[in-house]
Design a protein around this ligand. Structure first.
Ligand code: ARG
Length: 470
């Protein structure tokens, strides 16, 4: 714990003002001070202060001279921070007081007028909304990049046959391109949720002041517009107490993290010796300190594990908020750490998954061979019985089951049964049944919309490019 007397900065005591005689205890500082976390909001805090200042001048609430001094001072502070010359002081609690205190040093009395008709409550809500808006935009761009890489791979592997799984058991052959496009859809929905969140958060709390609004003739529309918001928050109590945007962000972040984790898990499985479907580049593989033969997919495993942090962040904020009466309570200060951590974690994980997908090499022959294992074309056989022999599907399912059992007893594939053996089970079966028993023919036949046939996948690739990339 820092010895407060030694680190107390000029301008200290601004937050407490004249109301207090003694300084807070070290323990009070330890639990209360947020500058180490919220200094990250400096850009947003200064932008919001500039918008507020310009509005105060325009409304005649402060003089033009004071306004100019304040705006100049804020620019200086932005520069000092950008150049690493700004000293943040724990004694000034948070980013808002650090900026205001430095402003007082730079421009004197005029600085004290900036806080007219506002409060840290509407300041912090505004800053965090601005920060999240930018973060959502960055996340959208990163996800679009990931989708593009997946779409490129899907196009290259539109005709690559692999087993499609249910219950992690080979179910029906699919194409790898089709499989990869499934993730393009998932990330597309993540982008949709991010866009929804962005739309709803884009209202400006500034001017709600502490909770009740203000007696000064402010223009909240002006500040909202200057900061790129669609308009001011309609209710001042809601404006300072609402953290839906943080919860929504973390909600969509948690779903996105789950999607990344599922893809990471598939990469781990595919690269295992047992599957042997893929190989990660050296760039995304680690070795073992004891087993020289190992190529470990640590990056994929870490993406999978980091999902826990993001889900944890959502839980943290939901629980922090759930018992809060209107309007502001200091509990809300605890929103920033999880929001920042989830955003950082996701930015890293999206970049890592993008890199891995770009570099991964697929063992297409091995995938195709695996696609034929486990009687994966049994449904094709049943469909053939329905189509050619006009059998009801339930009966075809039964006949196919008997043929699978026969093949199992003989230890061979369905396509290895002779026509005589098949005829003994179902007399109507003819030699052209063998056409549907190969995996290539199986996938080729699945031309229904959204299906796995190579040509259908090529069309889906073009459509995905149009929807998500172009
Ligand atoms: N650092 C505070 C936060 O992040 C700013 C708002 C403080 N407001 C107050 N009434 N103490 O929530």
């Amino acid at each position: 714990m820092t010895a407060k007397s030694a680190t107390r900065a000029p301008g200290a005591g601004t937050v407490r003002g004249a109301r207090f005689g003694a300084q807070p205890s070290d323990l009070m500082d330890a639990i209360n001070v947020s500058i180490d976390v919220d200094k990250r909001l400096h850009g947003e805090d200064i932008a919001a202060s500039k918008a507020h200042c310009a509005m105060l001048v325009r409304q005649g609430i402060i003089s033009e001279a004071d306004g100019d001094a304040i705006l100049g001072g804020l620019d200086t502070i932005a520069k000092e921070i950008a150049e690493g010359r700004f000293s943040f002081h724990r004694s000034l609690e948070d980013i808002h007081m650090n900026v205001e205190s430095r402003l007082a040093e730079l421009v004197g009395d005029a600085a004290g007028r900036l806080h007219t008709a506002r409060s840290r409550n509407d300041q912090v809500a505004t800053d965090l909304r601005l920060w999240l808006r930018q973060t959502l935009d960055d996340m959208d761009a990163a996800l679009a990049g990931l989708q593009e890489v997946l779409i490129d791979k899907a196009e290259a592997h539109a005709g690559t046959v692999m087993p499609g799984f249910t219950h992690l058991q080979a179910a029906q052959p699919v194409t790898l391109g089709h499989h990869l496009l499934a993730y393009v859809e998932m990330f597309g929905r993540d982008r949709g949720r991010a866009a929804d969140c962005r739309r709803r958060l884009n209202q400006c709390p500034l001017g709600a002041a502490a909770l009740a609004g203000t007696s000064f003739p402010i223009d909240r529309r002006m500040t909202a517009e200057a900061l790129g918001f669609d308009g001011p928050c309609a209710n001042s109590l809601d404006a300072v107490s609402d953290r839906d945007f943080a919860m929504e962000f973390l909600g969509l972040a948690a779903v996105l993290a789950v999607h990344l984790s599922r893809l990471a898990e598939e990469i781990v499985l595919w690269c295992s010796d047992a599957f042997g479907f893929a190989r990660l580049s050296d760039a995304f593989t680690t070795g073992s300190s004891i087993m020289p033969q190992k190529r470990n997919p640590d990056a994929a495993e870490l993406v999978r594990a980091k999902t826990g942090r993001v889900i944890g962040a959502l839980t943290t904020v939901l629980v922090a908020m759930k018992g809060l009466p209107l309007a502001y309570a200091k509990d809300m200060q605890e929103d920033k750490e999880p929001v920042f951590d989830a955003a950082d974690t996701l930015a890293l994980c999206i970049a890592v998954i993008t890199g891995m997908v770009q570099d991964i090499a697929f063992a297409t022959e091995r995938m195709k061979a695996a696609a034929g294992e486990g009687y994966a074309t049994a449904t094709d056989l049943a469909d053939w019985l329905v189509r050619v022999l006009a059998m009801p599907f339930r009966e075809a399912h039964h006949v196919t089951g008997r043929l699978v059992r026969l093949a199992e007893q003989k230890g061979c594939g369905l396509e290895d049964l002779s026509l005589e053996e098949m005829g003994a089970v179902e007399a109507g079966i003819t030699a052209d049944v063998f056409d549907v028993l190969g995996v290539e023919n199986s996938v080729k036949s699945r031309t229904s919309f959204g299906g796995t046939a190579p040509d259908t996948v090529r069309a889906a690739v073009a459509e995905a490019r149009r929807r998500f990339v172009d």
